[in-house]
Design a protein around this ligand. Structure first.
Ligand code: 5AD
Ligand code: SF4
Length: 474
């Protein structure tokens, strides 16, 4: 068997799951008669997890479940968890704790936990010991075995644990119940090989593996025919897309093929690792009209010493070279980034390097995080003499600096006309709609709800610090 066949879950295995889907359906019909059993599924964390959550809902719908936003009405609760930082984990434990009373009122309720937290042994141990009312725990590599797991949880008198160690699989053709009708997530690859020293992802999501380009293109064609207007390609490091596939293909080539599809839609992608992002990628964004003029290029730190300790494989100079190339090639390209403040041993000098860098790049916006120690990672072993107070102060200062940069950047849009994909009701007042520009900036403006899901031209009248305000061009 080739290495690739080992990674892709076989049709026979998926057929087995279809049999379990039917069995669950029958059990639920007997148990709930004329009423529909309800599931509450909540995904925490990144888009990859949200995308997994959509597959979980797709499988549950085939088993006969309806969906509810309230845990009190639910016969099945599934929390699809995130392990990236401690506060994400705390939130999950808090919410699982709150289910105890709800389950007392509804003892038949099944509580299932899955996602990245479940791939960590110490977390599963804690759940086993302290949360006896959790019925089902399954890991990130067996999401497609949900029908069998639900069947077991419904029929067995004991708790179900299904968390195999694995380098990861690819599962095609799972049913998907998407959260939106305008924007869709399409994973192009899974896992990560980079082992940045602070990050838990490579331990809980397995090795990097890419989907076949044909299957990605077919999924996107289908989405466009269903009326989706924005496709976001997902991967931990999209720029290494294609490695391990029989066909030789780069991420840029994949973008060009998607761009060539017919239809009025736009393409986003995340995340680009600076070590693998190339000038060819920038040229591709410039050349492909449907690819948005936005690059999310997480730098994490502006200090070479810290970047080395983080195992990022680039330095500040290399990062800036790519940014400057991109600025020259595509003047209205917007940049966003992830920054970690308070990595072990980060000095004032290192932090100053980060501040200087964000001033030099002039990001449109930043996703900022205080370093969080993750069990099992290399950084967890490093000395960390920085106090929480220092970390919080640096964090606040970073936010203030970025706010000023953002405001200045946003001001430049006043008087200009931008194209916006309307994606819902706005927060700026009654009758307001909201959407994003091609370069990822939020725009609020007055308009009729019937415009939701369409592209409109908006003239910008005012810059706020989190968004632009404007009026629709007649
Ligand atoms: N602590 C703080 N932030 C982290 N990230 C990943 N791991 C950690 C951690 N242990 C951030 C990085 C990454 C983003 C998705 O989350 O900035 O790019
Ligand atoms: Fe984590 Fe680094 Fe992989 Fe991103 S590239 S998921 S930060 S290890």
């Amino acid at each position: 068997m080739s290495k690739r066949e080992n990674i892709v879950v076989s049709k026979e295995d998926l057929k087995k799951q279809q049999v379990f889907t039917e069995k669950v359906r029958k059990i639920l019909e007997d148990r709930y008669k004329d009423t529909m059993p309800m599931a509450h599924v909540h995904s925490y964390g990144c888009q990859q997890n949200i995308s997994d959550g959509e597959k979980i809902k797709g499988m549950l719908a085939l088993m006969g479940y309806g969906f509810t936003n309230s845990t009190s009405d639910a016969d099945l609760v599934i929390y699809n968890t995130c392990a990236i930082r401690e506060n994400a984990e705390d939130r999950v434990f808090g919410n699982v704790g709150a289910l105890k009373h709800i389950k007392k009122k509804n003892p038949n309720m099944i509580i299932g936990l899955c996602g990245c937290m479940m791939q960590q042994k110490h977390i599963v141990e804690k759940l086993k010991k302290s949360f006896p009312y959790v019925d089902l725990i399954f890991g990130t590599h067996v999401v497609h075995e949900l029908p069998q797991n639900i069947y077991n949880a419904l029929t067995m008198d004991k708790r179900v644990f299904n968390v195999p160690d694995s380098d990861g699989v690819i599962v095609e053709d799972l049913p998907i119940k998407r959260d939106g009708t305008i924007k869709a997530w399409v994973p192009i690859m899974y896992g990560c090989n980079n082992f940045c020293t602070y990050c838990i992802v490579p331990y809980v999501r397995g090795r990097e593996r890419s989907r076949e380009p044909e299957l990605i293109l077919n999924e996107i064609k289908q989405l466009i025919s269903e009326g989706y207007k924005e496709i976001t390609l997902l991967g931990q490091n999209v720029n290494s897309y294609g490695k391990g596939l029989d066909e030789e293909i780069t991420f840029s080539e994949l973008l060009r093929r998607i761009n060539a599809l017919d239809g009025d839609f736009r393409i986003r992608f995340m995340t680009s690792h600076p070590k693998d992002a190339t000038k060819e990628l920038i040229d591709t964004i410039a050349e492909c009209d449907k690819v948005c003029n936005h690059l999310h290029l997480p730098v994490q730190s502006g200090s070479d010493r810290i970047l080395k300790l983080m195992n990022r494989h680039y330095n500040r100079e290399q990062y800036m070279e790519l940014i400057n190339y991109a600025k020259a090639k595509i003047p209205d390209l917007s940049f966003t980034s992830d920054i970690i403040v308070g990595f072990p041993t980060e000095t004032e000098e290192d932090f100053k390097g980060t501040i200087d860098l964000i001033k030099e790049v002039e990001y449109d916006s930043l996703f900022t995080f205080i370093y969080s120690k993750r069990v099992g990672t290399k950084a967890a072993e490093m000395e960390d003499p920085i106090t929480n107070k220092e970390k919080s102060e640096r964090f606040q200062y970073l936010l203030d600096v970025q706010k000023d940069i953002g405001v200045e950047k946003y001001k430049k849009y006043v008087g200009k006309t931008v194209r916006v994909l309307v994606d819902g009701e706005g927060k700026s007042g009654e009758d307001y709609l909201t959407g994003r520009t091609d370069n990822f900036i939020i725009v609020d403006f007055k308009g009729d709800k019937s415009l939701i899901g369409q592209f409109v031209d908006v003239e910008i009248t005012q810059a706020l610090n989190w968004a632009l305000l404007g009026k629709i061009c007649e």
